[in-house]
Design a protein around this ligand. Structure first.
Ligand code: FAD
Length: 492
């Protein structure tokens, strides 16, 4: 006779017959699809509550859009790198504190526009001349005025517009806000920074909702040791299958059957789906029964942006000790900037960051050509720049495991899109950054969305399986909240 343990093993790996009567003594079983922070958080909550959990991940690593690369001999985050909201209210703060991870605060400002201190910029024109700091400040003030005026445009229009449309209405009404020559290029650079936050071009971003997010307080902090330790700590002892790409999810009243690309099937009482929105949009997972129309439209009503990083490691540091080196240009598309990791971490690494259509265009280049392109940009600023000894290129837009970097609000997005996106379907629950209640597109938002999906799933299963009293609600957060160590911030 099978032991309790082996029965539940078989239940999860699909070798047990489907019409088997459930034995009351078995723990409820849940399959979590996707091993990014949302999936790992969901799996952690359920493991801690003594559920039988299986985490299926298509890549050969956990972390998803958190990807700390160590090939430079130091941590370099090719996906998320900032904690947005360096404060104790950040749901990730307790874990970051517990792990003793250091944050390098690039700005104490909560704004999505000025997420780096102005004095730590240096902007250059295409001929390598530094833009006078006074001009950078003055154009920054003008940009603020333009954005303030777009609020009036928003109030006047019943239907949503794009941020770019609103800016051109404002400039038509107030020609004195238009900038010429170098000042125009600096204005484009500010637009480029705004676009970077959403990872989308200004003609795609919703005027109605672009500034509605309540960004957590405490400013923005770079994870000096990288984000990976957070994933590693949370994923400890979770039954994880890497290289398991899910292709089909069959949702029945008392079971969920999950098919993997290699033909393996797994069965559980419920399933939490945390794959990126881009993967759902591309229909890479088939659902049986098909997803209802209201869910399908929620998936298509949200946008997914793109951002790519090209990290360069040098033998020596030939650039100034500022956090960001920017290049201004006649259009926001042609502007660019490098994050100086040397200032935050002491390692001679620059990270070029590209967003929106430009990020997609960069993916058309080979790694070598992309690195060459970036070096041309760098040499405009520093003609004596040495060649990099190593480089890394991300491809979040075309990688089938992500198909974009994070979600954003498209123009005209219906009000209830997020509610529909996160609504469960029988035994299926939805996690991932895009379903976050308040902080879509962020690591802490993705984490909270995973926790929420797990708690909803836990409640649902305990009710369905009728042993609510026997099991306690145990939350990962409760355990780590005990920690009283302060956040370690290397620059205040
Ligand atoms: C370049 C970049 C920069 C960013 N910068 C920041 C930042 O500084 N700060 C911040 O807070 N956020 C940032 N983000 C956003 C942040 O990384 C994400 O919001 C968050 O990591 C998403 O986590 P997730 O668990 O929802 O999704 P993911 O991390 O994408 O996890 C989903 C997982 O599902 C897997 N998967 C996909 N398809 C399948 C399948 N068919 N079967 C099984 N598994 C599958 C994927 O491989 C992946 O591991 C950035 C993102 C990018 C790409």
């Amino acid at each position: 006779m099978d032991s309790e343990e082996s029965i539940s093993e078989k239940l999860l790996d699909g070798t047990f017959s489907l019409n088997m009567e459930r034995q009351q003594c078995l723990p409820p079983s849940v399959i979590v699809i996707g091993g990014g922070i949302s999936g790992v958080a969901a799996a952690r909550i359920l493991c801690n509550a003594s559920f039988k959990v299986l985490l299926l991940e298509s890549r050969d690593r956990l972390g998803g859009r958190i990807h700390t690369d160590y090939s430079f001999g130091c941590p370099v985050d090719m996906g998320a790198s900032w904690l947005h909201g360096v404060c104790n209210e950040n749901p990730l703060a307790p874990l970051i504190r517990c792990l003793g991870l250091t944050l390098y605060r690039t700005s104490g400002d909560n704004s999505v526009l000025y997420d780096h201190d102005l004095e730590s910029y240096k902007l250059f024109d295409k001929d390598g001349h530094q833009v006078p700091q006074q001009m950078v400040i003055e154009v920054g003030e003008i940009f603020k005025k333009i954005l303030k005026e777009t609020e009036k445009v928003r109030d006047e229009h019943k239907d949503d517009l794009s941020v770019l449309q609103a800016i051109s209405v404002v400039l038509d009404r107030h020609p004195y806000l238009r900038q010429e020559g170098l000042a125009h290029e600096v204005l484009q650079w500010y637009i480029c920074r705004l676009e970077a936050w959403f990872a989308a071009d200004a003609d795609m971003i919703s005027l109605k909702s672009w500034d509605q997010e309540q960004v957590l307080s405490g400013g923005h902090g770079l994870m000096v040791q990288g984000y990976h330790p957070v994933i590693k700590a949370m994923a400890k002892d979770i039954d994880t299958r890497l290289n398991h790409r899910v292709t089909k999810v069959i949702n029945r009243s008392n079971k969920v059957i999950v098919n993997v690309e290699d033909g393996t099937n797994f069965v559980a009482d419920a399933c939490i789906i945390t794959v990126p929105l881009g993967v759902l949009k591309a229909n890479l997972i088939e659902f049986d029964p098909k997803l209802p129309e209201w869910k399908v439209s929620a998936i298509s009503d949200l946008g997914v942006g793109n951002e790519n990083k090209i990290a360069l490691r040098f033998d020596n540091v030939f650039w100034p000790n500022v956090e960001l080196l920017g290049i201004v240009a006649p259009s926001s598309y042609a502007c660019g900037y490098f994050l100086n990791l040397h200032k935050a971490t002491g390692h001679p690494v620059l990270v070029y960051m590209a967003a929106g259509r430009f990020a997609y265009d960069l993916e058309k280049l080979s790694d070598e050509s992309a690195a060459k392109f970036v070096m041309v940009q760098l040499k405009k600023m520093f003609p004596d720049a040495t060649e990099p000894v190593q480089y890394l290129v991300s491809r979040w837009g075309t990688d089938l495991n992500s198909l974009g970097c994070y979600s954003y609000d498209l123009v005209g997005k219906p009000e209830d899109t997020y509610d529909r996106l996160r609504a469960p379907l029988g035994n299926l629950f939805f996690g991932g950054e895009a379903v976050s209640m308040d902080h879509q597109g962020s690591v802490h938002g993705a984490y909270s969305a995973g926790v929420m999906a797990a708690e909803n799933c836990q409640r649902h299963l305990l009710k369905r399986l009728g042993n609510l009293e026997k099991r306690e609600f145990v939350s990962f957060r409760d355990e780590i909240l005990e920690a009283t160590i302060p956040l370690q911030i290397s620059r205040i």
